[in-house]
Design a protein around this ligand. Structure first.
Ligand code: IPM
Ligand code: MN
Length: 364
């Protein structure tokens, strides 16, 4: 297969974890006899400082013609971010416009920790039990992040407003993604919402409940978001299966899920639209550890595994990448943020060590 892929390395640890992701991708390309044409383009805060825009026109044009997009994390420290005007910051000026451009409404964030890796989690082994295996599906182009925003002063008092709007069409589309995945995987589907307070959540709850009747072969659970946050820490495996969340609630609970696993470095993601998708780690650019070769590249390599499967339909290639990464971790290796007193110091891997091991496993 020949495909053109846009590569947006991003900021902070972006370039170094991307390097390992691309190493893994090149190994897959050779092993399975594909041709991936990789085209790099600026995106994010560095792009703003170098090119005057966090999402320059040439990058947009490249993304338009590419078959899929591989994006690294973007952003700067809070102090550095303040040097950029609001609308040109990586979040509002690059990530949200990228999502909007390709209408990537379906965000897949897997939360996987087999029993054998329970020591990574801050939770007790007994709580991790037989292992965590949740596929969080977050609506990504609607709700409060995309609603109209206003900041003003009225009768001498400052105020601000963020509109949260969802339509039936949007909810049905993402509901279908979640129910189809649950059906395909043969697992239950949990819908998370705040229908006891929010009108948008009531709409979601009514539509998803209605759809549950159409998907009567899929076990369906409905839960209020604050309770879900509590239950996720107390007994996460009760949610094994698919969890469906609206945009903001999904943003928050997917980071909490990274906490359950012991590291956001274990959180890859795929963002799928009707025509094309892009992949990105679910975490930020970690400027505090950038350039030290200690960041965990799992989230980036896992995102590329997602791209192979979801964007290019290459399931076997994708599985080979996932298996290589789990193999490394299950053999007792860990990047520094995951290492604990039970990790042999010789088994603590740098960013590039981890990538090298993936390449090594794939090449045998
Ligand atoms: C994420 C990030 C983004 C989001 C930010 C950087 C805009 O936190 O992908 O989870 O809120 O969606
Ligand atoms: Mn987030």
């Amino acid at each position: 297969m020949k495909k053109t892929l846009a590569v947006l390395e991003g900021d902070g640890i972006g370039p170094e974890i991307m390097r390992e992701g691309i190493k893994a991708l090149r190994t897959i390309e050779k092993k399975f006899d594909h041709e991936f044409v990789l085209e790099y383009a600026p995106f994010g805060a560095a792009s703003y400082f170098d090119e005057g825009s966090p999402f320059p026109d040439e990058t947009k044009a490249l993304c338009d013609r590419a078959d899929a997009i591989i994006k690294g994390p973007v952003g700067l420290s809070i102090e550095e971010t303040k040097k950029i005007p609001q609308e040109s910051r990586p979040e509002l000026g690059a990530i949200l416009p990228l999502r909007k451009r390709f209408n990537t409404y379906a965000n897949y964030r897997p939360v996987r920790l087999p029993k054998s890796l329970a020591s990574f989690s801050p939770l007790r082994d007994s709580v991790v039990g037989e292992g965590i295996d949740i596929l969080m599906i977050r609506e990504l182009v609607g709700g409060i992040y995309f609603g109209e925003k206003e900041e003003g002063t009225a009768t001498g008092m400052k105020y601000a407003r963020d509109d949260c709007i969802y339509t039936e069409e949007q909810v049905r589309a993402i509901g279908m993604v979640a129910f189809d995945e649950a059906r395909r995987l043969g697992v239950k589907m949990t819908h998370v919402h705040k229908s006891n307070v929010l009108a948008t959540s009531r709409l979601w709850d009514a539509i998803i409940e209605d759809m549950a009747r159409e998907y009567d072969d899929v076990e369906y659970v409905s839960i209020i978001v604050d309770n879900a946050a509590f239950q996720l820490v107390r007994d996460p495996t009760q949610f094994n299966g698919v969890m469906l969340l609206e945009n903001m609630q999904g943003d928050i609970l997917t980071d909490q899920a990274g906490g359950l696993l012991g590291s956001l470095g274990l959180m890859p993601s795929a963002c799928m639209g009707p025509e094309k998708g892009y992949v990105e780690p679910a975490h930020g650019s970690a400027p505090d550890i950038a350039g030290q070769n200690i960041a965990n590249p799992y989230s980036m390599i896992g995102s590329i595994a997602f791209l192979l499967d979801k964007c290019l339909g290459l399931k076997e290639e994708s599985d080979a990448l996932w298996n290589a990464m789990f193999d490394i971790l299950e053999r007792g290796y860990a990047t520094s943020e995951l290492a604990s007193e039970i990790t042999d110091p010789k088994n603590v891997l740098s960013t590039s060590d981890f990538g090298d091991m993936v390449v090594d496993i794939l090449s045998h």
